[in-house]
Design a protein around this ligand. Structure first.
Ligand code: BGC
Length: 768
C-alpha cells in the first residue's frame, strides 16, 4: 500500500521540484492534500509524526544526517543531492518523493554567509550585509537593535533561499585570548542571553530559523574538537548555561547546535544530560538539536543523547546508524523521535512552506542599519579634555594599516562575503575631513608590498595573517604634525575560527609602540591631539600606552560600514553610547582562567579545568578588588547623565519579579543615550561573587535637559545561586543590595534588602 501511495506523491512532487530551488516561488497551493503531513492546517508535530511514519528505515537514517560537504554519492536516487545555495554551510536531505525539499543552513553571527555569485547567473549577485561582530552589537546594550539586525539577516536569508541561520553564537568570553570571542556577546550570561533572544526573535520574525551555538562550554579554539571541559555544575549552570536558558525561553529558537568539546568527559553532542535533561526537560526546548560540523565520534550515542541531526553528514554516520538499528544497538523509536524533530523544523521551513521569496533584499536599508549598529556599539574609552568630537573639515593624518585596510569582522565561518567595506580613510573623507593624501598613498603602497611578501598560509583554515605595522621615520611624522590638525592612529587585530589568539597579540608590537610614541611626541609638541581607534575583535593591553594619547575610541570590527560609522562618532553626529560587555584587564594573566587556559598538557591540551568556577570576568575583578584597565559596563559619552531611583516594586520572598524604575536625565549639552545597569550585591559568602548583573535598560536619545523613565524587570531567578548539594536554585538568607550603576564599578544608588530565610526558587535534574 505504502509503495502505491509513494508513487503517486512522487510523481506529484517531481512535477513541482524545480520550484524548490534558490529563489523558488510559491509551492503549488492547488496541489491536493493527500496525507496529513502535507496539510498545513494541522499542527507541525502531527505532520512530522505522519511523515516519519511513512519513511523507510533508510530514509529516516538519511533524514537525520545532513547531505555532507560535497560527498553525497550514497544517496538513494529518490533523494535530491544539490547544494541549493552555493556557499551555504549545509542542508538536510530532500525527500523528493514525499515532496519535502532540503532545508538550507548558512552561517553566521555577523551576516548570512553564502557565496555572492552563482554559476550560470552572471547578471545577478547574492551579497549579504556584513554587520558588526556580535560582541560589538552587544556593546550597544540595546536589545531592540539586536532584534532589528536579526530581522534584516532573516530578510536576506529568505530572499536568497536560506532557511536557517547558524547564529547566534553564545559562548562566554572566558579568556581574553579566545579566538572566537568576537563572535560571542559577553563575559556575562545575562547580556549573552538577552542579546541572543532578541536576535533570534528578529530572525524568526521572517519565518527563518535561528540556531543557538555552541552548546555548551565551548570557550576556546585550541583542540576544540576533543578538549574536555572540566567544570563544576554550579559554574556550568550559573555562567555557561544561563545565557542559553534565557535565549531558549525568551527567543524560542528553532534549533540549538551542540558544541565540539566534551563536558566532564562526554562529547556535548553525545551528552544526554545537556541535550535532553537540561535543554528539553528543564527548559522546555522543543526544537531541533544539530551537531557542530563533524562534531563527536559516535553517531549512535549522539542519537540516543537527543542530538537529532548530524551535520554536515558523512557516509560513516549513515552506515553506523543503519547497522545499529538492524543489529539492535539503536532502538528505531529513538531514530523516529529524532527524525520527527527534524521533520517538524523542515516542514516549517520557508522552503517546505513554499513561501514567496522576495526577488532581492533591501541591501540599502540594511547598510544603513549596519552603520547605525556600528555607531551604537562603539565604546569611548578615553576622552581627555573633550578631544572628541572632531570638527569635520579638519586636516587628518591617518596612521596605522587598518586606517586604510580596515578589519570589518573575524575569520572562519563567521566571515561574511560582503559587497564592499568602507575604511576609516574613506569614511572620514566622505564626512568632510581632509585626510592627508600623501600619507595615504604611502600607506597604500606599503600595504600592497607587505602583503605581497607575506608567507603563504600552510592550511586553508589558518586565520588571515596581518602585515606588520609600518614604523614611519621620525622626520615624516614631524612633517605631518606640522601640516595636519590631528592624528588618528588605528591599532588592528584579527582572529577567528580554528585558533586562539597568541599571547603576543594581546600586547602592542614594538612597531606599534614606536609609532605611537613618535606620533604622540610630534603632535603634542605642536599642541595637537592624538586619537587611537581600536579596530579589534578581542581585548588587548592598553595601560602601557594609553597615557600617550588623548582619546581612545573602541571601534571593534564594525562591519562593512566601518568608516562611515567611525566618522559619525568622531564628528559627534552620533554620541557614543556603547558600554563594555567584557572587562579590559591590565594583563591577560590577571584573568583567573589564565592559570588553566588552554588546558593540560599546555602544548597540546586534552582537558581544561574551569578551576576559576564562577569567577569569570567582572565577577572576579569586583569580588577580589583587582584593578583593571576598563571595567565591565564602562563607556564614556559626549554628554553627562543623572540617574535617580523612581520606584521599586516586589518582594523577593513573595513575588516572581522585582521592578525598578529609574529616571535618567541628560545633564550635558548634546543629545545622547544612557545605559542603566542593575547589579545584585551581596556580602561575601563562600565562593559567591560579590556582584552580579541582574538587569539593564537603555534610553532613547535624550535631548539636553530631557528625562526618560526606564523600567527594569528582574525575575526572581536572576537573584538565585545554584546549590549543588540541594540540586536547586536558591536565594540564601542574608543582606543584599540592588545597585543602580553606570558600570560594574560605578554605582550611583543602591536599594538594600534582607532575605530572612533561604528562598527555594527551582529544582533541577542533577548532573551525576
Ligand atoms: C563552526 C560553526 C559553524 C559550522 C558551519 C563550524 O566549524 O564551529 O560555528 O556554524 O562550522 O559552518
Amino acid at each position: 500500500m505504502k509503495r502505491v501511495l509513494c508513487f503517486f506523491v512522487c510523481v506529484m512532487a517531481l512535477s513541482t521540484s524545480s520550484l524548490w530551488g534558490a529563489g523558488g516561488k510559491e509551492h503549488t497551493s492547488s496541489a491536493p492534500v493527500v496525507f496529513p503531513y502535507e496539510d498545513p492546517s494541522l499542527p507541525l508535530d502531527e505532520r512530522a509524526r505522519d511523515l516519519v511514519s511513512r519513511m523507510s528505515l533508510e530514509e529516516k537514517v538519511y533524514f537525520v544526517v545532513g547531505t555532507g560537504m560535497g560527498n553525497v554519492a550514497f544517496a538513494p536516487s529518490i533523494m535530491g543531492t544539490d547544494r541549493i545555495v552555493p556557499g551555504a554551510a549545509g542542508t538536510t536531505f530532500p525527500l523528493l518523493h514525499f515532496g519535502i525539499p532540503a532545508m538550507v543552513m548558512a552561517d553566521g553571527p555577523a551576516g548570512v554567509r553564502i557565496s555572492p555569485v552563482r554559476e550560470g547567473e552572471e547578471e545577478k549577485t547574492y551579497y549579504c550585509t556584513a554587520f558588526p561582530i556580535a560582541r560589538m552589537l552587544a556593546s550597544s546594550w540595546d536589545t531592540s537593535l539586536l532584534e532589528e539586525v536579526g530581522t534584516a539577516m532573516g530578510e536576506e536569508a529568505l530572499a536568497y533561499g536560506v532557511d536557517m541561520i547558524l547564529a547566534p553564537g553564545m559562548n562566554i568570553h572566558r579568556h581574553p585570548l579566545g579566538g572566537r570571542n568576537f563572535e560571542y556577546y559577553s563575559e556575562d550570561p545575562l547580556i549573552t542571553g538577552k542579546m541572543a533572544a532578541a536576535f533570534v526573535r528578529g530572525v524568526q520574525s521572517q519565518g527563518i530559523g535561528a540556531c543557538l551555538k555552541h552548546y555548551a562550554a565551548n570557550n576556546q579554539e585550541t583542540n576544540r574538537m576533543s578538549i574536555d571541559t572540566v567544570v563544576s555544575e554550579k559554574a556550568l549552570r550559573e555562567i555557561y548555561l544561563r545565557g542559553f536558558e534565557i535565549a531558549v525561553k525568551e527567543g524560542q529558537p528553532w534549533a540549538v547546535m551542540s558544541a565540539y568539546n566534551k563536558v566532564n568527559g562526554l562529547y556535548c553532542s553525545e551528552h544526554h544530560w545537556l541535550l535532553t535533561e537540561v535543554l528539553r526537560n528543564e527548559w522546555g526546548f522543543s526544537g531541533l538539536v544539530m551537531t557542530d560540523w563533524f562534531a563527536g565520534k559516535d553517531p549512535v550515542a549522539q542519537m540516543k543523547a537527543g542530538n537529532d541531526l548530524l551535520m554536515p553528514g558523512t557516509p560513516f554516520q549513515r552506515a553506523s546508524l543503519l547497522a545499529a538499528v538492524k543489529e539492535g544497538g539503536l532502538d528505531e523509536e529513538v531514530l523516529d523521535r529524532n527524525a520527527e524533530r527534524v521533520a517538524r523544523i523542515v516542514l516549517g521551513s520557508a522552503s517546505a512552506r513554499g513561501v514567496e521569496r522576495p526577488e532581492a533584499p533591501d541591501l540599502e536599508a540594511h547598510s544603513l542599519l549596519a552603520r547605525k549598529a556600528a555607531t551604537e556599539g562603539m565604546v569611548l574609552l578615553k576622552n581627555e579634555g573633550n578631544t572628541l568630537p572632531l570638527d569635520p573639515g579638519l586636516r587628518v593624518a591617518g596612521f596605522g594599516v587598518s586606517f586604510y585596510d580596515v578589519i570589518i569582522g573575524g575569520t572562519g565561518s563567521g566571515d561574511v562575503n560582503e559587497a564592499y567595506r568602507i575604511s576609516p580613510a574613506e569614511g572620514l573623507t566622505a564626512a568632510g575631513y581632509q585626510v592627508d593624501s600623501d600619507l595615504k598613498e604611502r600607506y597604500l603602497h606599503y600595504i600592497e608590498e607587505a602583503k605581497a611578501n607575506l608567507p603563504p598560509k600552510k592550511n586553508w583554515w589558518e586565520p588571515e595573517k596581518r602585515i606588520a605595522e609600518w614604523d614611519l621615520p621620525e622626520e615624516m611624522v614631524d612633517l605631518l604634525a606640522s601640516r595636519t590638525d590631528v592624528a588618528l592612529v588605528t591599532i588592528g587585530r584579527i582572529s577567528g575560527e580554528f585558533a586562539d589568539r597568541s599571547r603576543e597579540e594581546f600586547y602592542l608590537s614594538s612597531e606599534e609602540k614606536s609609532l605611537l610614541r613618535k606620533v604622540s611626541s610630534a603632535f603634542h609638541a605642536k599642541g595637537k591631539k592624538v586619537v587611537v581607534l581600536l579596530n579589534i575583535g578581542g581585548v588587548i593591553k592598553v595601560d602601557d600606552w594609553r597615557d600617550l594619547v588623548d582619546a581612545i575610541l573602541l571601534v571593534w570590527e564594525p562591519g562593512q560600514e566601518a568608516g562611515h560609522a567611525i566618522a559619525d562618532v568622531l564628528s559627534g553626529r552620533v554620541n557614543p553610547s556603547g558600554r563594555l560587555t567584557t572587562t579590559f584587564p591590565l594583563d591577560y594573566e590577571d584573568v583567573p582562567s589564565s592559570s588553566y587556559f588552554p588546558g593540560t598538557p599546555m602544548d597540546n591540551p586534552e582537558r581544561v579545568e574551569y578551576g576559576e568556577g564562577v569567577m569569570v570576568g567582572y565577577r572576579y575583578f569586583v569580588t577580589d578588588n583587582v584593578p583593571v584597565a576598563y571595567e565591565f559596563g564602562y563607556g564614556l559619552s559626549y554628554t553627562t547623565f543623572d540617574l535617580a531611583l523612581a520606584g521599586v516594586e516586589g518582594e523577593v520572598t513573595r513575588d516572581e519579579e522585582l521592578r525598578l524604575r529609574v529616571e535618567v536625565t541628560n545633564t550635558g549639552d548634546v543629545p545622547g543615550r544612557e545605559v542603566v545597569q542593575v547589579y545584585l550585591e551581596r556580602d561575601l559568602v563562600g565562593d559567591e561573587p560579590a556582584k552580579v548583573l541582574v538587569g539593564f535598560a537603555k534610553t532613547e536619545i535624550l535631548e539636553p535637559g530631557a528625562s526618560e523613565r526606564v523600567e527594569i524587570r528582574i525575575p526572581r531567578e536572576y537573584l538565585a545561586v545554584f546549590d549543588e548539594g540541594a540540586d536547586a536554585w536558591i536565594i540564601p538568607a542574608g543582606d543584599y543590595r540592588l545597585t543602580i550603576s553606570k558600570s560594574s564599578l560605578m554605582d550611583v544608588g543602591s536599594i538594600p534588602f534582607s532575605v530572612g530565610h533561604r528562598v527555594h526558587v527551582a529544582d533541577v535534574i542533577p548532573l551525576d
